[in-house]
Design a protein around this ligand. Structure first.
Ligand SMILES: CC/C=C\CC/C=C/CC(=O)SCCNC(=O)CCNC(=O)[C@H](O)C(C)(C)COP(=O)(O)OP(=O)(O)OC[C@H]1O[C@@H](n2cnc3c(N)ncnc32)[C@H](O)[C@@H]1OP(=O)(O)O
Length: 281
C-alpha cells in the first residue's frame, strides 16, 4: 500500500516536472524526482538581461515552484559565460511611461518573491553576474561560482542611484563598510575577490559541481521543519524588505522620476555606446 502510494507520488512529481518545463521559453524548470529540488535555468539569449517579460517569467516560475511544494530552488543560467547581465538597459532608455512603471513593479515583485521565498534558495553562478544579476544571486541563501567571471553592482558607474532594496540585498550578505565601498566605487569583483569578501560561499570548477553544491546546501535543511524554517527566514529578512513591502509605491515613484531625468538618460546613452563600441573593436 505504502509502496504504491510512494509510486503515485513519484509519478505525480514526474508529471509535475514535465508540465513545469513547459512554463516559459525564457525559463526552464526541472524538478529532481528524488530530492524535489527545482533547478530554475534562466534562458533569455544572449545574456539574460531582464526585460519586462523575463522578470514576469522568473517571478511566475518561482511562485509555481513554491506552490508545487518543491524542497528548494537552484537559480542558474543556460549561457555558460553569463549568469545575468542585469536589467535590460533598453527598458530604461527613453521609456514608455506605462511600460516602465509595469517593468519596475515586476522587478520589485520578482525581488520580493526570491528574497522572501519560503523554500531554500541557492545560486549556481556559472557566468558573469552584473547589477541585478548580482542582486538575484545575493538574494539567494547560498552562492557558488565558477572561476574567471565577475560579479557586482556597478550602478553608480552609469549614473544610477542605487535603490534601498538593492542596497539591502547587499547588506544582508556583506558588512556595512564593505557594502558602502563596493556600491560607491561601483565595484565589480572577480570570482576570487568575491570569495574573499564572502559575497559568494564557494568556488567550483564546473556547472555540474556548482549544481551539486547547491543541492547539498538545500539538502542540509532536510531535518528542519519547513514551516519553522520559512517563518524564521522571513523574520530575519523582513527588516530588509520592510520598506518595499509596506510602501512599494514610493520606491516606484522615486525610481521612475530618477530614470526619467536628463542626467540619468545622458549617462545611460554614453554607457550603451561604450557597450556597443566594445563589441565593434
Ligand atoms: C533608480 C535606480 C535603479 C537601479 C539601480 C541598480 C540597478 C541596476 C540595474 C541594472 O541591472 S542595469 C544593467 C547593468 N548591466 C550591465 O551593465 C551589463 C553590461 N553587459 C556586459 O558587461 C556584457 O554584456 C557581459 C559581460 C554581461 C557579457 O559580455 P559578452 O558575453 O561579451 O556579451 P556582449 O557584451 O557581446 O553582449 C551581447 C549583447 O547583449 C547586449 N547587452 C548586454 N548586456 C545588456 C543589458 N544589461 N541590457 C541590454 N543589452 C545588453 C550587448 O550590448 C550586446 O548587444 P549587441 O547588439 O552588440 O550584440
Amino acid at each position: 500500500m505504502l509502496r504504491s502510494r510512494t509510486k503515485l507520488i513519484e509519478l505525480g512529481k514526474r508529471q509535475l516536472c514535465r508540465s513545469m518545463c513547459k512554463s516559459s521559453e525564457l525559463t526552464l524548470v526541472e524538478v529532481d524526482d528524488k530530492t524535489g529540488i527545482a533547478t530554475l535555468t534562466m534562458n533569455k539569449p544572449p545574456v539574460n538581461s531582464c526585460n519586462l517579460e523575463f522578470l514576469r517569467a522568473l517571478k511566475s516560475a518561482m511562485k509555481e515552484i513554491e506552490s508545487n511544494k518543491c524542497s528548494g530552488i537552484i537559480l542558474t543560467s543556460s549561457n555558460d559565460k553569463v549568469f545575468s547581465s542585469g536589467l535590460d538597459l533598453n527598458e530604461l532608455r527613453q521609456p514608455n511611461p506605462e511600460r516602465l512603471a509595469t517593468f519596475w513593479k515586476e522587478l520589485q515583485e520578482m525581488w520580493v518573491t526570491l528574497y522572501l521565498s519560503n523554500v531554500p534558495t541557492a545560486a549556481a553562478i556559472n557566468g558573469h553576474a552584473l547589477a541585478v544579476g548580482c542582486v538575484m544571486a545575493a538574494a539567494c541563501e547560498y552562492r557558488v561560482m565558477l572561476p574567471d567571471f565577475t560579479i557586482g553592482i556597478h550602478a553608480t558607474k552609469f549614473g544610477y542611484v542605487v535603490p534601498p532594496f538593492i542596497v539591502n540585498t547587499y547588506l544582508s550578505v556583506l558588512p556595512h563598510p564593505v557594502v558602502e565601498r563596493a556600491l560607491l566605487q561601483g565595484k565589480i569583483f572577480s570570482t576570487q575577490e568575491a570569495l574573499q569578501i564572502n559575497l559568494i560561499d564557494e568556488v567550483v570548477n564546473s556547472k555540474d559541481e556548482a549544481l551539486c553544491k547547491c543541492a547539498d546546501f538545500i539538502g542540509s535543511f532536510e531535518q528542519t521543519n519547513p514551516v519553522a524554517r520559512a517563518l524564521t527566514k522571513r523574520q530575519l529578512r523582513a527588516p530588509f524588505a520592510k520598506q518595499l513591502l509596506e510602501d512599494p509605491e514610493t520606491e516606484l515613484r522615486e525610481s521612475l522620476e530618477y530614470i526619467n531625468t536628463p542626467l540619468f538618460q545622458e549617462s545611460l546613452d554614453q554607457y550603451l555606446l561604450q557597450l556597443k563600441k566594445k563589441n565593434k573593436k
